[in-house]
Design a protein around this ligand. Sequence first.
Ligand code: MN3
Length: 244
Amino acid sequence: MDRREFVRWAGAIGVAGMAFIVAGEGAEAAPPGVDQIKTISRGEIGAMAFTLPELPYDYDALEPYLGEQTMRLHHDKHHQGYVKGLNEAEEKIAEAREAGDFSAVRALSDAQAFNYSGHLFHTIFWNCMSPDGGGEPEGPLAEQIEQDFGGFDAFRSHFVAASNAVQASGWGVLAWQPLGEKLVILQAEKHQNLAQWGAPPLMVLDVWEHAYYLDYQNERPRFTEGFFDVVNWDYVAEQFMASR
Ligand code: MN3
């Protein structure tokens, strides 16, 4: 599948329940890659299992910003772990429902939210970077950034500062807030804490140490600054237009 198809497919899988991602052109066809999804048995409810999407570029394509080893570990081990954890959590929740035993529902809900959010954010993260990325956005996204942040430089400084200041493990997030009809910069602790309900993420930066430690050690600010050399603004703008 080509990159554009992948983006739609990733959106359809990762943002199930947020149909805005696939509401644009091409939404009439089943997302490519959907045949890769296996149906797992859950009693009478045949439900889809989540699968790990391929990277939209080679493992070494983002060098020197991110090295091949970082990308292999991050995608093949860490992201895969969230996919696995999400499927396991959902299976256990279905089993609990069938058994009528909700004694573990707090822990299962936590595992479901944690792993789903990790899967979604990593899927967006791979797509919002590109070896051809960098520069500044254009068009409506640029105008919205100007309106909501007072210009690209102020937006960039805010996003970098928010990402740097995430306590321990989490993400910097650019999201669209429907209620205020504006862009907002959020911090996420772990993958899911501090979210705003209903605000779809458009661009995310992983600041867990596994995302940068091999390449930058403890220097998170060099990693967050460098992110802007690889941002795929076409992808971010596509998410913005679909969300707005
Ligand atoms: Mn990660």
